[in-house]
Design a protein around this ligand. Sequence first.
Ligand SMILES: C[S@@+](CC[C@H](N)C(=O)[O-])C[C@H]1O[C@@H](n2cnc3c(N)ncnc32)[C@H](O)[C@@H]1O
Length: 249
Amino acid sequence: MSKPVRPIKRLPTADAYNQWADVYDHDGNILQLQDDEAFNATVPGLLSTRPPSRILDLGCGTGRHTAKLYRLLPEATEIVAMDMSEGMMSKAKARIDTEPRRDVKITWVLHDIEADSQIPQEARGVDAVVCTLVMEHLRLDVFFGAVKEALKKGGWMYLTNMHPEQGLSSRAGFVAKEGDQEVKIQGVSFNHSIEGILKAAREVGLRLLGEVEERGVDNAEHAQQLGKRAEKWIGIKMHAAMAFCLDLD
Ligand SMILES: C[S@@+](CC[C@H](N)C(=O)[O-])C[C@H]1O[C@@H](n2cnc3c(N)ncnc32)[C@H](O)[C@@H]1O
């Protein structure tokens, strides 16, 4: 029997995430699994070879990676955790409250970089930026303009996004119940090509470190490991990860 087609409801991105926040961490999102794998493979290495004193988690969401950074960073450092969604950020704050206390300061900044590309003062002059699964919601010039304002020269950025192959037929979103009906809720979304991302990065002076890493669902066995929702993505690239450095000149 074919699956019912759910109507799609497009909302302003902050409204979509305010609703998504309650289930975001446990709705079986395959991209998050791939994102965790990519983060664990690259970010601890960057933190030890290019240690930051202040790091910006841009679009921190429910704090999936904010909590990891909180554990990984040396004492007397600072994480600036920025997001536009109060709902997502309140989950991130609750997550950090469950962590054993450390001398790592967290500065919470509720800010929409699309509505106001002027980055707040608290988020400027950081040594590193981590930005995972956020850029899909932003125009490239807005996104990279904000990164350039936030990042110190010599600093680095770790960036992940939905892969454009998956983006041909998917967008970030979740299934909600409205009365008797299930609807798919989505925010604003752009399907950025890898070439487009690299070009926009170069235009603000960001140099690619190493290569772009691409992850997908390789075969049926891999799909089984990832979970039920991975089956339909066999043979499709889903996740792209890359790191950049803002050269001193
Ligand atoms: C898919 S979630 C990713 C959250 C987290 N980085 C992670 O990997 O789980 C995207 C996040 O980007 C935030 N976001 C989207 N557009 C934004 C904007 N214009 N300014 C600030 N945050 C934004 C959303 O509110 C949401 O929390």
